[in-house]
Design a protein around this ligand. Structure first.
Ligand SMILES: *[C@@H]1O[C@H](CO)[C@@H](O)[C@H](O)[C@H]1NC(C)=O
Ligand SMILES: *[C@@H]1O[C@H](CO)[C@@H](O)[C@H](O)[C@H]1NC(C)=O
Length: 285
């Protein structure tokens, strides 16, 4: 009997020694440090990062893990800087939640930053969290993308064909003509590059000019171009895109914001001179 106990003790001792050696080895390699960071983070951690409420318990029970992943003091507590502790401020907030089950009155609701709400890719509507555009959905079930003009396509809520998403929360009719009525920019810009919604109508962005339902970048003399229209729309009919720059055509010069033939005057000079010569010839005959 004594032998067995003795043997057992020896065994326990060995286990203990082995464990210590393993822990020492793991500490040396940083494994245990990592584990202890996870288990008792708030005490030792230098930053206030957290993954769940438990990480923040060192701050006391009036603490929570924020949606940004930091330990914060609760709304009804203030940080006691000296003791690094969240101290109750004597107030109560009936709307405050601590756990998700406090938010059961919202379908699919969660407690986020001590307020009942929806996950990021969901929208609160009539006490329900409904999937936004881009949120996963089940193709099998109808009505699982309840936003107006959206549908479940390949497992993701998307705006129906011909509609564009606004902040993933609404689907607006896509417009394809400058001058069409609009509410948000994306309705115009989705169909017409460099356009936006100005006073309820699709118009070109600042620095762009409309022509033939297209928005052309405003050009100055000598600025880069890759087609004729770009220059003509900004500068006028007489301009050309020459050597990839908005310029006057060859043998034209700019005068009063127009390109005019540099030969025009010398041309007429020749005509007059020729006429004079003719006259002289006439007289001399
Ligand atoms: C958490 O604390 C940080 C730092 O004080 C602050 O910037 C942030 O707004 C707080 N977040 C919440 C949800 O209270
Ligand atoms: C106007 O745009 C349409 C479509 O891009 C094009 O087919 C047509 O040639 C353009 N008209 C003019 C005058 O540039």
């Amino acid at each position: 009997m004594i032998l067995i106990v003795k043997y057992g003790l020896v065994n326990a001792k060995m286990v203990f020694v082995t464990a210590v050696i393993i822990i020492l080895l793991m500490t040396a390699t940083g494994i245990v440090l990592k584990i202890s960071d996870v288990s008792f983070p708030a005490i030792s951690q230098k930053n206030w990062n957290c993954l769940s409420k438990e990480w923040c318990y060192a701050l006391g029970k009036y603490s929570f893990c924020s949606s940004a992943g930091t330990c914060n003091c609760s709304k009804i507590a203030d940080l006691d800087v000296e003791n690094v502790f969240c101290k109750w401020n004597g107030q109560n907030d009936p709307d405050m939640c601590i756990f998700d089950y406090h938010c059961k009155y919202i379908h699919n609701g969660y407690c986020i930053d001590e307020v009942c709400g929806c996950q990021d890719d969901h929208l609160l509507q009539d006490d329900k969290c409904i999937p936004k555009i881009g949120a996963p959905c089940d193709n099998e079930l109808t009505l699982n993308c309840p936003l107006q003009n959206s549908e479940c396509l390949n497992g993701i809520c998307l705006c129906t064909e011909g509609y564009v998403s606004y902040q993933n929360e609404m689907c607006y009719l896509k417009k394809d003509q400058l001058g069409d009525e609009c509410v948000v920019d994306v309705q115009c810009s989705a169909g017409i590059t460099n356009s936006k919604c100005v006073k309820g109508k699709c118009n070109c962005d600042d620095n762009y000019l409309p022509y033939n339902n297209t928005c052309y970048e405003k050009k100055e003399y000598n600025s880069y171009c890759d087609n004729l229209l770009q220059c003509r729309i900004s500068l006028g009919e007489t301009f050309a895109c020459r050597n990839r720059m908005c310029q006057c055509p060859t043998s034209y010069t700019m005068k009063e914001d127009k390109c005019s033939s540099s030969n025009a005057r010398s041309g007429s000079f020749f005509v007059i001179a020729f006429a004079l010569v003719l006259k002289c010839v006439q007289f001399s005959i």
